[in-house]
Write a protein that binds this ligand. Structure first.
Ligand SMILES: [Zn+2]
Length: 482
């Protein structure tokens, strides 16, 4: 059976509209040599107020589509289908049933390429809460203003000033901004503080403290990217420092913040405090705690005990005499460190890390491409608003505004995921340098260890080792270098 091509017309109460609608459809059909099997006419009801179920014409079309009788649906304009949220469902049903929907004024509505999807979203997406529309409109208006002149009210960032309600670079302040970035690379915050004190530099009369400096050094406005509601807006005219300098500073800050995260624990004088774990009867591993046993000669000796295994009365070894377990562990560590070919380990390690870095970079690429796509969609939608204002489009401006907000929300979601991945990447890079640093530092582990005092020994172990796990017959050592 040949599938049908159907025209849906909806008549309004204005006769002239109906005539021009019919003429336009006729012309389109002739121009495109289409053969129409059926005209379905609906009475004058407003699509905005009528529920989909009450639309008899649409219901007939829906049935035809579901019965696989329909090939093409021709309408005058998408607003003849309706504006309500439910119409999105109608359109997806058409697409699912492989029905091509052609709007005489707008072209094919479900063609499948990105642009069509976008236009469909614009055409069929509508904000559900009327009350939210106003604030969105205000926000959109504000965004447009920021894009135009970078200023949305409030005190301008250090390095800038407001002239004729536009943000521009303040020459005097921008020199200090450049100094802050450059000196940070050389000597960090202490160096900056020295210079500031010596030259009595203030932040518009206020003290330039560490917090303020760090906040400033983080702000992408200095490379011409203005933050606004989780979005970065390109404003190249506001650039004060080069990308190279800016990102160098970000890198250093990242490293300074995470470097030396090893927190040494020294609550007891037990050598393996905080790194010793027990593999319990149930297979789980749990950290052991330290207590002391008084010896006959009055001395106290540390014991490592698993509280869990004690509580459940496990029938495996759960208490370890420090005098016995420590030499075993140290021997193991010495033997591993002595037999570790640093070069091979470094190579293997680098390969693993590089693979992970590559994986994360790929993810970041994909997210960035998606963000880029959202940006383009937002641009297109903004263009639509221009068209509406110019009278070249009869889309509802509220719908387009709603879509822009939706796209922005989606973009913000993507950016959050992106940041998580970037953090992950930085941690990984940091881990690489730490591992190589440790490998080099403890090349001659035996020597260094044996020459150290008790506290130093504890610190060495805590720095080098993540976990030591004692099971019933084995000792596993998790180094921080793998
Ligand atoms: Zn246990």
């Amino acid at each position: 059976m040949r599938k049908k091509t159907v025209v849906l017309t909806r008549f309004s109460s204005i006769m002239q509209d109906n005539i021009s609608q019919k003429t336009a459809i006729d012309k389109y059909i002739n121009d495109n040599r289409l053969i129409v099997d059926e005209w379905i006419e609906e009475d004058a009801v407003s699509g905005f107020k009528t529920r989909l179920e009450d639309r008899k014409g649409l219901m007939i079309i829906k049935d035809m589509a579901l019965n696989e009788e329909l090939d093409t649906l021709i309408i005058f304009n998408s607003d003849r289908i309706g504006r309500r949220m439910e119409m999105v469902g109608f359109m997806s049903l058409m697409t699912e049933c492989k029905v091509k929907v052609i709007s005489v004024t707008e072209g094919v509505l479900n063609g499948g390429c990105d642009t069509d999807d976008l236009l469909n979203s614009i055409r069929f997406w509508t904000a559900q809460q009327e009350s939210r529309k106003t604030s969105k409109r205000v926000k959109n208006g504000k965004l447009a203003k920021i894009k135009q002149d970078g200023y949305a009210g409030g005190t301008p960032n250090y390095g800038y000033r407001v002239v004729d309600k536009k943000l521009e670079i303040n020459e005097e302040e921008s020199k200090i901004v450049i100094m802050l970035f450059e000196e940070y690379v050389i000597g960090g915050i202490p160096k900056i503080i020295k210079i500031i004190e010596k030259n009595k530099i203030t932040k518009r009369g206020e003290q330039f403290n560490r917090q303020k400096i760090l906040k400033l050094l983080h702000n992408p406005i200095y490379i011409g990217k203005k933050q606004y509601q989780g979005e970065l807006i390109d404003m190249p005219q506001l650039r004060i420092v080069s990308d190279e300098l800016f990102y160098k500073v970000q890198d250093i800050m990242q490293n300074r913040r995470t470097k030396g995260t090893t927190k040494y624990v020294n609550k007891t004088d037990a050598l393996l405090e905080s790194i010793l774990w027990h593999q319990c009867e149930d297979g789980e591993i749990r950290k052991v705690h330290v207590d002391y046993v008084k010896l006959k000669n009055g001395d106290k000796r540390p014991y490592y005990r698993c509280k869990h295994c004690k509580d459940v009365k496990a029938k495996i070894t759960k208490n370890y005499n420090s005098n016995k377990i420590e030499p075993l562990v140290i021997n193991d560590i010495k033997s591993i460190m002595g037999n570790t070919d640093i070069e091979t380990l470094e190579k293997r390690y680098n390969k693993e890390i590089n693979d992970s870095i590559k994986g994360i970079n790929d993810t970041i690429d994909i997210i960035q491409r998606n963000i880029e796509k959202k940006n383009k969609d937002i641009e297109k939608a903004i263009k639509q608003i221009e068209n509406i204002i110019l009278g070249e489009s009869n889309l509802d401006i509220e719908i387009v505004n709603g879509l822009i907000q939706k796209l922005k929300d989606e973009k913000q979601g993507l950016e959050e995921v992106l940041n998580i991945n970037i953090d992950e990447l930085n941690k990984l890079k940091n881990k690489t340098s730490k591992a190589i640093y440790l490998l080099q530092k403890y090349k001659n582990f035996d020597d260094i260890y044996d020459k150290s005092n008790d506290l130093e020994k504890k610190n060495i172990l805590q720095e080098l080792i993540d976990k030591i796990i004692i099971s019933h017959d084995k000792i596993y050592i998790d180094f921080n270098i793998y």
